[in-house]
Design a protein around this ligand. Structure first.
Ligand code: SF4
Length: 646
């Protein structure tokens, strides 16, 4: 790489003179002020500030300051301001550039002669403001072609045209051509400083013969901005930097020759720094410009930009590499700005290099898949348990991904029980082992079922080792059948048979239990891994005091629970039904119990018979009727007997 610095780069004669003046005055040790910033360059201003040089912006501000020396900058000031500064009592050193001074003289003298003054330039620039002040603010300021076209001079008036010293020469000439058509008497004095003109000319030539240009200067400096414009018209790869820190070397890695120029307010020190760094890194830049990459190569890259669907990486090659969303991940519509950030470092595989187009396409996904393929092969051989999130739910199973490698888990291998709807697994992290690994056929099959079964078995054995007959356990109903309910008691299922659900009679377990119900039961029996449960707790046994409670002859009250043709079953205590035979309902003849009784009806009856072994109790309402009759009869007979005795 060839690096050329423009001879005219940096301080012009006038600026150098003004800056040197300030440094010289500061070195003398007295208090030094500059009237406005001495130069459009923050670096220099800050350095002077550290030396104690202060900026004053108007005569009033200057008057309030301790006595010292005020240096007028190269742009110059108006006559009135100069007089006001002298009146403050400070020592005034005029560092106005002699070329600018000359313009002041022209406009002052020519306006005194009654001529009109036209100034081409930026009306906000201090130099232009001062020029205008030197002719009593009567100057016409023309900034561009349009303003020139709009200018209509006074008839029979002679005009003198001068220019801001840093104005673009080409533009000045164009404006003058237009003015000549509109103004009859016109005297053109090209006051554009040759320093500016030469700098612009050299920059223009340099830009047209170099691959890239660096323009150094303050963003506030109009002459530097103009320089940049001129260079960019000739060379698309023109870069504006204010100081060394703005220099991005990798922008220059693909250029063979680079030109450097700088605005009038740019100190030589900064130009030298930029040149030194460029030269010191020359070898590295050269190396990068010669570096090649080829398809299939794995390279390390640093993220320099990331959008929702694209990542740009600096891979140390003359062109940056692009990783599209589809080459970053298999997951559709991922926002890449949420996955990577600028300055992240990542390895990628080169897919395509097009030097003519200056493009490099790379893939992160494929490299990750290759890496994970090795990991998966090892896991397959060693039967390692893997863990990954479910990225997709298909009709026939699940897809999980490890580093962009897709693994299929068939529905039959998802769990130990058949699950019709697998959508609940979406996004869930699940464990599995590989049962098939065939990259050639692109078949990598996972199995979760065997892990689920093993875990359940382990849990089951743990429960079985802890429980014993008689233990009271809490469980959850998993399944209800006609013969009972299966209850999960913490990892193992126990059967609660219909006959063990209650001391009473259960018609159908489904009428009492449903899946998910909580159950408290005790272990009735353990046989291998089969567990029988019971809810017939001894302290709730209605037969415990059966001899007393159900003694023949006892009169009890109960509710009709159900009826058959031969009689009604009456619940006399919870869980104990007694038979009231149709013949025992009444002393009258009754065809069917339903003719005189209703389910739920409360009746009073006498215990006629009780068989503890068979748990059978017979009731009789008729017996009570008959004993009532006997009592009545006895009552009726008693007075007659008494009367007979009397
Ligand atoms: S550019 Fe020309 S006129 Fe302006 S200060 Fe520099 S030398 Fe003087």
């Amino acid at each position: 790489m060839k690096i050329d610095v423009a001879k005219t780069a940096g301080f012009c004669f006038g600026v150098k003179r003004a800056v040197d003046t300030v440094y010289a005055e500061a070195a003398k040790g007295g208090k030094v002020y500059t009237y406005g910033p001495i130069i459009h360059n923050e670096e220099v201003i800050n350095e002077l500030g550290r030396m104690g040089v202060e900026i004053v912006n108007d005569p009033e501000e200057a008057a309030a300051k301790p006595p010292g020396t005020i240096v007028i900058r190269s742009h110059g000031i108006s006559k009135q301001e100069e007089e006001a500064l002298i009146a403050t009592g400070h020592r005034v050193v005029d560092a106005t550039c002699p070329f600018v001074k000359k313009i002041h003289k022209i406009v002052f003298e020519e306006s005194e002669k009654g001529k009109g003054i036209i100034v081409t330039g930026d009306r906000e620039h201090p130099e232009v403001k001062a020029i205008s002040a030197w002719c009593g603010h009567k100057a016409h300021i023309i900034a561009d072609i349009d303003e020139a076209k709009d200018f209509k001079g006074e008839e029979n008036k002679e005009y003198v045209v001068v220019s801001q010293t840093t104005f673009n020469t080409k533009k000045f000439k164009e404006i003058v051509e237009i003015l000549k058509k509109n103004v009859y008497y016109i005297n053109v004095m090209n006051t554009i400083c040759c320093a500016t003109e030469e700098r612009q000319k050299e920059a223009c030539e340099m830009a047209s013969s170099h691959d890239a240009m660096i323009v150094i200067g303050s963003a506030n400096s109009s002459n530097t901005r103009k320089l940049f414009e001129i260079c960019r018209q000739q060379c698309a790869s023109t870069y504006f930097i204010q100081k060394l820190i703005d220099l991005d070397l990798k922008q220059f890695k693909s250029f063979c020759c680079v030109g450097i120029t700088a605005g009038a307010s740019t100190p030589n020190k900064i130009i030298k720094e930029v040149l030194t760094v460029m030269e010191e890194n020359f070898a590295q830049l050269m190396e990068e410009s010669f570096k090649t990459v080829h398809t299939g190569q794995v390279v390390e890259g640093k993220v320099i930009s990331v959008k929702e669907d694209e990542i740009i990486l600096n891979i140390g090659y003359k062109s940056d590499a692009t990783v599209s969303r589809g080459e970053y991940t298999n997951t559709p519509n991922v926002d890449l700005t949420k996955c990577v950030k600028v300055d992240d470092v990542m390895n990628v595989k080169i897919l395509k290099v097009d030097d003519r187009e200056g493009t490099v396409l790379a893939s992160y996904k494929r490299l990750a898949a290759e890496r994970s393929s090795k990991v998966l092969e090892e896991a397959f051989n060693n039967k390692t348990v893997l863990k990954a999130p479910v990225s997709e739910v298909l009709n026939g199973g699940l897809i999980v991904e490890i580093d962009e490698t897709r693994i299929f888990i068939p529905a039959s291998l998802v769990s130990d029980t058949f699950e019709k709807d697998l959508t609940k697994y979406k996004g869930q992290e699940i464990e599995f082992v590989l049962t098939e690994f065939n990259t050639k056929r692109r078949r990598i099959i996972g199995d979760r079922k065997q892990l689920v079964s093993a875990q359940k078995e382990e849990k089951k054995q743990a429960v079985l080792s802890k429980i014993k007959v008689g233990d009271v356990v809490e469980g959850v109903v998993k399944n209800v059948t006609d013969f009972g309910a299966f209850v999960d008691i913490g990892g193992v299922d126990g059967l609660l048979h219909i006959s063990e659900m209650s001391w009473g009679r259960i018609e159908n377990p489904k009428k009492i239990f449903k899946s998910g119900d909580n159950v408290r039961a005790f272990i009735k029996e353990i046989s291998g891994d089969k567990i029988a449960l019971s809810m017939k707790f001894a302290d709730q046994n209605p037969w415990a005091n059966a001899d007393e409670d159900f003694a023949i002859g006892n009169v009890i009250t109960g509710k009709v629970a159900r009826m058959t043709d031969f009689g009604a079953f009456v619940e006399i205590v919870p869980g104990v039904d007694a038979l009231l035979h149709v013949s025992q309902i009444s002393k009258k003849r009754i065809e069917k119990p339903q003719d005189v009784l209703k389910v739920g009806q409360e009746i009073t009856a006498q215990i006629l018979d009780f068989n503890y072994d068979e748990k059978k109790i017979s009731l009789s309402m008729r017996a009570l009727e008959e004993s009532d009759d006997e009592a009545e009869e006895a009552a009726e007979e008693a007075p007659a007997e008494e009367a007979k005795e009397e």
